[in-house]
Design a binder for this molecule. Structure first.
Ligand code: CA
Length: 238
């Protein structure tokens, strides 16, 4: 049986070729696209299980590839970014990439990331876990864990996968502080290293969607230097 299909979008053959061979040795099926045009063509033709995406391509910007793919698919996307380009990463995550690795990377590191992302996004696993899960309710907020849907009163809140995971992690510990490290480990990756700026970015989006005010929070309180606390049921001891 063929392993998960990986689309590697990378124009540098010195990276793409050995890395594609490494993926094949690890049991994946790999295709290489050196341009934006070829990436979109191969994506449509092969329906890969995961996309590894370089941002600087000879005929355009990898983020446009991510946007285009995200407009029609929830396929996991891992960006390959250059060192010291935090804005690129934040923008990449904002348009729906699932993770990123910084060049130069080791093949082992990227393969570990691929496996982690595929595990997290494997639907049967999620459904199995969620099938028995009762909705989580805190005042007018309701998280339907079986369907991964969130309601505020009657209104459904549309969340990205990461925003949902972050909300669930915080709301599952409502009334308690969850540390930044724990959030990074549980929502992103146990092997996360480096900047946690992405956490603040996602907290910001989550607050906006919940209509929350960071200065006077109804839902997500910043606990300076430590992490975040989600509001408990009103009237309950914090
Ligand atoms: Ca490149």
């Amino acid at each position: 049986m063929a392993g998960p299909r990986i689309l590697l979008v990378e124009d540098e053959t010195s990276i793409a070729e050995p890395f594609a061979r490494m993926l094949e040795r690890e049991g994946f099926t790999a295709s290489v696209a050196p341009t934006v045009a070829r990436a979109l063509e191969l994506f449509a033709a092969e329906e890969p299980d995961l996309v590894l995406l370089d941002l600087n391509l000879p005929d355009g910007d990898g983020r446009d590839v991510a946007r285009d793919i995200r407009a029609r698919s929830r396929v996991p996307i891992i960006m390959l970014t250059a060192r010291g380009t935090e804005t690129d990463r934040v923008v990449g995550l904002e348009i729906g990439a699932d993770d990123y690795v910084v060049k130069p990377f080791s093949a082992a590191e990227v393969i570990a990331r691929i496996r982690a992302v595929l595990r997290r996004t494997a639907e049967p696993l999620v459904q199995e876990d969620a099938a028995e899960a009762e909705p989580l309710e805190i005042d007018e907020l309701r998280i339907d864990r079986a369907a991964r849907r969130v309601f505020l009163g009657e209104e459904e809140i549309e969340l990205s996968r990461k925003e949902y995971d972050l909300l669930l992690e915080l709301a599952s510990h409502a009334g308690a502080v969850v540390s930044r490290d724990d959030l990074m480990a549980r929502v992103w990756d146990v092997n996360w290293f480096g900047s946690t700026k992405t956490l603040d970015v996602h907290i910001g989006w989550l607050r906006r969607k919940l209509g929350d005010d960071a200065a006077s929070p109804r839902w997500i309180e910043t606990v300076r230097g430590i992490g975040f606390r989600f509001a408990a049921e009103e009237g309950e001891a914090p």
